[in-house]
Design a protein around this ligand. Structure first.
Ligand SMILES: Cc1cc2nc3c(=O)[nH]c(=O)nc-3n(C[C@H](O)[C@H](O)[C@H](O)COP(=O)(O)OP(=O)(O)OC[C@H]3O[C@@H](n4cnc5c(N)ncnc54)[C@H](O)[C@@H]3O)c2cc1C
Ligand SMILES: NC(=O)c1ccc[n+]([C@@H]2O[C@H](COP(=O)([O-])OP(=O)(O)OC[C@H]3O[C@@H](n4cnc5c(N)ncnc54)[C@H](OP(=O)(O)O)[C@@H]3O)[C@@H](O)[C@H]2O)c1
Ligand SMILES: Cc1cc2nc3c(=O)[nH]c(=O)nc-3n(C[C@H](O)[C@H](O)[C@H](O)COP(=O)(O)O)c2cc1C
Ligand SMILES: *[C@@H]1O[C@H](CO)[C@@H](O)[C@H](O)[C@H]1NC(C)=O
Length: 610
């Protein structure tokens, strides 16, 4: 047992995370501090009642990602509501030391807004900052890690100075295994009876509020000759439960392919026991509480566990190497693996994993002496995360309550497939699985409320729209257009600026737009980036349409939506809008920038980029 140097008051690590990034980092902070033999408690923010529990802790670390339109993720919202209560006295957290780390994306106007708000509130309540706030940015060349690692190092150093180890006591080395959080064990030596080939298709992880639906169609909507595969997938949903609004998403939990599972079983020497039943146990009151995204699949065997729960093809993080170093007797392998855990070799780690996007499965195949014990699998291999997809269809016009009725839900999915310096083609775990689905296949769906589109009863919703949506970003805009036209008729003004590679390759929903334009429901402007020698993007269209956009946005008060790939697009779009405001308003740049910020504040500039 790691001796506690902070008896009575562990370091509290809280996280609020929408898709799991901030949660993973919180766990990494916890593990780093446990290695310094500090006592820690790490959990979802909502799990803690600030009134009764917060002042017990003297050292608090909060990790939060920003979601929606600058909001705190779901699993931190309850905490935040209570934390904000006005009657909390200003010196309530006097004597408490804290810091925060945010996960965000600098192409959003409200960059890291959640962590900044939380940080501000801690200060306001009298807590003392022990380390400056860290801000992770998806746009950094090394992603969130680019600022996470330096921040973590500073934090560990600060706490090590505050709570030095007694003479002769060393931090736990990277390859010393920490206490497990979950435990799986073989419970019988009799095989489970199931058809191995159905393990992927017929079994599903039951997540909170998940429902089993069926694939109706899975249609490729890019030209066969075009390199990019994009699917228009129609899913039949039981009518009794299907209620969504434009801007909502569905989350889907990917599954590993049987070939990959088989390769893993072979490389770990598990083939003989792959289909034997497993038992699962949570360790009571663990230092790190990381909930699994749903109940474990049944029947539970190594094969089903690997198919449904463990992300075998994800890119390994630094801590992964520390753990697998414990599972090899090969000194050459061990030395090489341990190098990757050394903070001084971050570049090597990056060159070996992130840059070529080498997967966990490939790393294990390369370091073939590593044999992970069954009971450690769930701790060592990251748990599979759900992926979000914007709903591309509207459900208006369907009556609720009927169990027999089925409603079609549609999504538009860009299949991720690319090459890096490793020759083998890389594929996205979720989209590769989605591409393989056939008519009639079951699929488990969870609906999630979005914040992209204001509620249909609000004044904002009824304003004219300007939708800027390259690529699959057009999916939520299709849902919104359908809803607006079905609901209100054509007096609602809509402008769509759509971008894709070519008129004949990936012009999604072309016929629908043409029909809407013909019926005067829509104004459409397109940017085909590769149909001429020079690139033509949505931001170029914005500049061309300056007069129209000024009329719509400034004079008619339109709501502007920006959807699609993150990266340079949203930045370029914002710059183009600012230019339009400058030109048409005859404004100085600062005035135009301020106007955009004002629009954002009013909810008239809305972005969802992924
Ligand atoms: C709110 C929201 C709505 C979304 N809506 C949609 C939608 O409507 N349609 C849609 O298709 N997607 C949508 N997404 C994205 C979707 O959730 C997934 O992220 C995406 O489908 C990829 O998942 P995957 O599991 O296939 O890929 P993963 O296995 O997660 O791999 C993706 C990773 O691969 C890497 N990568 C991808 N291409 C390259 C390349 N060329 N070179 C190097 N590295 C690369 C990137 O690092 C990327 O992060 C949405 C995301 C969010 C958050
Ligand atoms: N390679 C990458 O790093 C990268 C980045 C984002 C997405 N993707 C992949 O692309 C797929 C998503 O596809 P999608 O159909 O939604 O389309 P998309 O990749 O977002 O492309 C849609 C359109 O946007 C254009 N575009 C590219 N850069 C732009 C910029 N800076 N500003 C404005 N427009 C820009 C593209 O043009 P051009 O392609 O002609 O430049 C294309 O015409 C996924 O499979 C994803 O993995 C790859
Ligand atoms: C729908 C959506 C909205 C987002 N809004 C913001 C935002 O307003 N500000 C910001 O800095 N980052 C924003 N981001 C980026 C996320 O914060 C970033 O990707 C983060 O790493 C996600 O962490 P998580 O996996 O813990 O949820 C947004 C991402 C998505 C998908
Ligand atoms: C593995 O970790 C344990 C602690 O759980 C430690 O006692 C042991 O020495 C480590 N073994 C190796 C080979 O690193």
């Amino acid at each position: 047992m790691a001796g506690s140097l902070l008896a009575g008051s562990p370091v509290l690590i809280l996280y609020a995370s929408e898709l799991g990034t901030a949660a993973d980092l919180a766990k990494e902070v916890a593990h780093s501090l446990l290695r310094r033999r500090l006592n820690v408690k790490c959990m979802e923010a909502n799990e803690l009642d600030p009134f009764t529990s917060l002042p017990i802790y003297k050292t608090i670390i909060f990790l939060a990602s920003t979601t929606g339109q600058g909001e705190i993720p779901m699993n931190g919202k309850d905490f935040w509501r209570k934390f904000l209560v006005k009657r909390i006295p200003r010196d309530w957290l006097k004597g408490v030391e804290f810091t925060t780390f945010g996960c965000g994306d600098s192409t959003y106007l409200k960059y890291n807004a959640a962590a900044r708000k939380i940080h501000g509130r801690f200060s306001q309540l009298g807590a003392t900052q022990m380390v400056a706030r860290g801000e992770g940015d998806e746009q950094h060349s090394e992603g969130i890690d680019g600022s996470f690692f330096p921040w973590l190092e500073m934090l560990v150093e600060t706490l090590s100075m505050k709570y030095p180890l007694p003479d002769g006591v060393e931090p736990l080395p990277a390859d010393h295994l920490l206490e497990p959080e979950h435990f799986v064990t073989l419970t019988s030596h009799r095989k489970v009876t199931y058809l191995v080939r159905d393990v992927m298709k017929d079994l599903h992880v039951q997540r909170p509020a998940s429902r089993t639906c069926h694939i109706v169609r899975n249609k490729r909507v890019t030209a066969e000759s075009h390199w990019q595969d994009v699917r228009h997938i129609t899913i039949s949903v039981p009518g009794s439960s299907a209620r969504w609004a434009p801007g909502d998403t569905v989350t889907l939990l990917p599954k590993n392919f049987p070939e990959d599972v088989e390769e893993f079983l072979v490389c770990q020497g598990f083939t003989d026991i792959a289909d034997h039943p497993l038992g699962f146990m949570r360790i009571p009151n663990p230092a790190v509480e990381s909930p699994l995204p749903g109940r474990l699949v049944q029947p539970l065997t190594l094969r089903t566990l690997l198919t449904h729960h463990l992300d075998l093809t994800s890119i390994p993080r630094r801590a992964f190497f520390g753990m697998i170093a414990n599972f090899t007797d090969n000194p050459v392998h061990k030395e090489r693996i341990l190098e990757f855990t050394n903070p001084e070799y971050l570049d090597e780690l990056y060159d070996y994993t992130t840059r070529p996007r080498r997967s966990i499965l490939e790393v294990l195949q390369e370091f073939s002496s590593v044999k992970i014990p069954i009971n450690r699998l769930i701790d060592v291999i990251p748990v599979m995360r759900a992926r979000a997809f914007s709903v591309a269809s509207s459900n208006t016009g369907h009556s609720p309550g009927s169990f027999d009725e089925k409603i079609d839900l549609e999504i538009l999915v860009a299949i991720v497939k690319y090459k890096t310096i490793i020759k083998k083609t890389r594929q996205g775990v979720c989209t590769r699985w989605l591409a393989s689905l056939k008519e009639g296949d079951p699929i488990s769906v969870v609906f999630q409320h979005g914040t992209l589109v204001p509620h249909s009863t609000t004044e904002l919703y009824n304003k004219p729209t300007v939708m800027i949506a390259p690529g699959t970003g057009v999916a939520p805009m299709r849902a919104l257009l359908r809803e607006r036209i079905f609901d209100k008729g054509h007096y609602l003004k809509n402008t769509l600026i759509f971008g894709c590679r070519g008129k004949d390759t990936d012009f999604f929903f072309q016929e629908e737009w043409v029909e809407l334009v013909r019926r005067d429901f829509l104004r459409l402007n397109t940017a085909f980036s590769r149909d001429q020698p020079a690139k033509r993007y949505v931001q170029h269209v914005i500049l061309e349409q300056a007069g129209h956009l000024w009329e719509r946005i400034f004079k008619q008060g339109a709501v502007v939506y920006v959807c699609g790939s993150s990266g340079n697009m949203p930045i370029a779009v914002r710059e183009a809008l600012i230019k339009v405001f400058q030109e048409k308003g005859e404004w100085e740049k600062e005035v135009a920038v301020a106007y955009l910020a004002h629009m954002e504040k009013e909810g008239r500039f809305r972005q969802e980029t992924w």
